[in-house]
Design a protein around this ligand. Structure first.
Ligand SMILES: [Zn+2]
Length: 161
């Protein structure tokens, strides 16, 4: 069990932090980007990269082949819609996707935009980890975080209809 503090100051005990997040008990910093019957999208603000999205399952499972047919359809549908919104509302040309199955409880896909500045951290997929660390360690300043927060709002707005 973990103790979390809600926005109203109340504290609650939760068994799984991701359940509290995807179930709406706690609000991710910056807010929810989009939510479907089976999935929940938010940004991990610990890695302040504009337009980065984490798409997490609401149910506990960790491998792609554990999805039900309804989850598979919902997953591909919302993944595509988020991708389209990244392109049309934020001008993101390329996205790197990854998920790891040795996670705890919740299947989640990282959608990491590929920006030009990232090429100095390596070519293609080899740059992903250095880029995330760079963002976490050097981009956590207010100006960038404000850009990240407004991108969350732009994506949420684009996905509202
Ligand atoms: Zn959970």
């Amino acid at each position: 069990m973990r103790t979390i503090t809600l926005s109203n100051g109340q504290t609650v005990e939760v068994e799984c932090l991701s359940c509290a997040l995807t179930g709406g008990l706690i609000e991710p910093e910056g807010g929810v980007i989009v939510e479907t019957e089976y999935f929940h999208a938010h940004q991990d603000v610990a890695y302040p990269i504009k337009g980065l999205v984490i798409l997490a399952s609401k149910r506990h499972f960790t491998c792609l082949d554990e999805m039900t047919e309804s989850e598979r359809i919902d997953y591909m549908d919302i993944l595509t819609k988020i991708r389209k919104a990244q392109r049309e509302a934020l001008g993101i040309d390329y996205v790197y996707y990854f998920y790891n199955e040795d996670t705890t409880h919740h299947f989640h896909t990282w959608m990491v935009p590929r920006y030009k500045w990232m090429s100095e951290f390596g070519r293609s997929v080899e740059s992903v980890r250095p880029v995330l660390l760079h963002a976490r360690n050097n981009m956590n300043h207010e100006r960038n975080k404000n850009e990240v927060r407004s991108a969350i709002k732009v994506l949420a707005e684009a996905l509202r209809n």
